[in-house]
Design a protein around this ligand. Sequence first.
Ligand code: GLN
Ligand code: ZN
Length: 769
Amino acid sequence: MTAKSAAAAARATVYGYPRQGANRELKKAVEGYWKGRVTADALRETAAELRRTTWRQLAESGVHEVPTGDFSYYDHVLDTSVMVGAVPARHRASFEADALDGYFAMARGTQDVAPLEMTKWFDTNYHYLVPELGPDTVFATDSAKQVAEFKEALALGLSARPVLVGPVTYLLLAKPAPGVAADFEPLTLLDRLLPVYAEVLADLRAAGAPWVQLDEPALVQDRTPAELNAATRAYRELGALADRPKLLVASYFDRLGDALPVLAKAPVDGLALDFTDAAAANLDDLAAAGGLPGKRLVAGVVNGRNIWINDLEKSLATLGTLLGLADRVDVAASCSLLHVPIDAAAERDIDPQILRWLAFARQKTTEIVALAKGLSQGTDTIAADLAANRADLASRAGSAITHDPAVRARAAAVTDADGRRSQPYAERVAAQRAHLGLPLLPTTTIGSFPQTTALRTARADLRAGRLDTPGYEERIRNEIREVISFQEKTGIDVLVHGEPERNDMVQYFAEQLTGYLATQHGWVQSYGTRYVRPPVLAGDISRPEPMTVRWTSYANSLTDRPVKGMLTGPVTMLAWSFVRDDQPLGDTARQVALALRDEVNDLEAAGTSVIQVDEPALRETLPLRAADRAAYLYWATESFRLTTSGVRPDTQIHTHMCYAEFGDIVQAIDDLDADVISLEAARSHMQVARELAGHGYPREAGPGVYDIHSPRVPDAAEAAALLRKGLEAIPPERLWVNPDCGLKTRGWPETRASLENLVTAARTVRAEL
Ligand code: GLN
Ligand code: ZN
């Protein structure tokens, strides 16, 4: 087939769409169902209506092939577990009694039965429910959801393509079920799983599906030869099925690398590849593998996980190159549009000039359609789109918002020395001890205290104009007074102000930094019915005025004990926002770091001797491929140091991370050059302390002794036992006593009791030293 006729066939498609509905109707219906206010039938009808609305919109905007099966009441990986019959034994009875309730029980747990574990979907902020498998797992086909949703789209007269999580990715995302040996490898179940996929494919074929998409994003991660062999086998077997639909194997989030030739050679009918900057190597790798002669290539040229308009001319150039490499080239977003909000046009408060730079799911769909048209019918048929796109890109590139000379000059002038404390850790630790005068095993908390309904109501009242700013701030000061007085009474050594002013640990700062944008309706699913509105790093970042100093100072004025200042670190600010795509991440991180550095210095100048900079996202932002990690950790640790190194040697810098597994980043944690780190450890019995010691970590550390993820109150003996365990790994002069994480989701009664017990435990163990 010539390049010209390949282009003539170009179609526009997507792999998935936000599920929630324009007004988060799905969240309301699902939560209503949980509370018994919405019937199962009403929930099903809401869901079906949302699917129809989405499909119609996609079709009306010119998408040729709509995805089906990507919809979910909670999570598409959990849906896959249902599809293959991998319902954990502890949930089976309830699932068999009522599939919908059993489904939600797997997702959320019940009073008596634990839910499936939840973890992040690759390097996005979406969380999936981890399949639990073991040597005894018996798979069974349940294609009902896939078939029904496909038929719904068909009934609308649409051309549709079911999208499934592929078998290799499904197994690679799974973990050994409780009670199964930890070294059990779910991938060993592949031969048992493939017949289930074969049946699902046959059912979809029988329902009339010409194509089925199998998503294999796990293949963009570093994979062993055995894992690549498994992929070869899987697709050889599925490809060899008689009377099957055509198979499209999709990957996204990064380059396929060694997996590309594996999939290119597989007897499937098409590949969907990511061609955005992060996966740019796919283009050369595909050419090197000899292209996809005789196959369909779906080109993910529109970034499915940022919120920026596409560079249409650049995409057309990529598509033009691809025309020579496959039998047919279609146009898509790089991944499901699940990771972006629905419609930028719904934003009323964003400067119209900036709004033109933004593309949410609807705008991205329009871009995909335009690109497919330009590719098929010639670029002159989309001349108006191209002209508008060129103007919008130029407006963004030339804007004073994206190019603030003062911010740029400052960032460019940063030297190595700016990112280094004036004294090395070993020297400044003595200055800090003298300055702070803390006991051995000092007690502290991670920052937040319970965010009560009263506080949230006050914030809502302020927004709605029912409460004025002085009135609101008075409430915040009242709260700080209470938190400080409780901590003093309880005998905590390093106090916090409790973070009552924060709506969210990123948003609060984003709202005060120039160059950051908030959205009104930019909801993105985080997990289940939880949606977040990540702020947008839109321009160069600067700090017009101090952000937290008055709250910390107020808290300081109420007590003689040290009050710890509290900030969110630059890496976390980036990780939980939409980032710029017009400059390297490291440049954005440096700008944020410089703004935060001013805040740190101002806190110190206002008399704060202990300052905590939280970086819970340091590890979750690790690139998917090991080869890319060093470069990431370089700018990540540099930006943290830039934030914190402007202070005197006797000012103590803390950091906090909320996870227990970090063996692979201990060096990076050391490179932060913080004085004290607090980490999650209560559930893992101080495993963290042993790991830190095992890696020779030389600094002070507070492995958590109070699991804040549960309302359970640990008694003093239990906390003391954990501390003694901690002391086996970390010497008393370097061990801190604190909870696992912030207390904002906890209630006051359990917080009070737990912290009292924690102080008692510290005193008991101190007396034994
Ligand atoms: N200082 C924050 C708090 O206490 C830290 C939150 C976090 O680690 N995610 O809430
Ligand atoms: Zn935490």
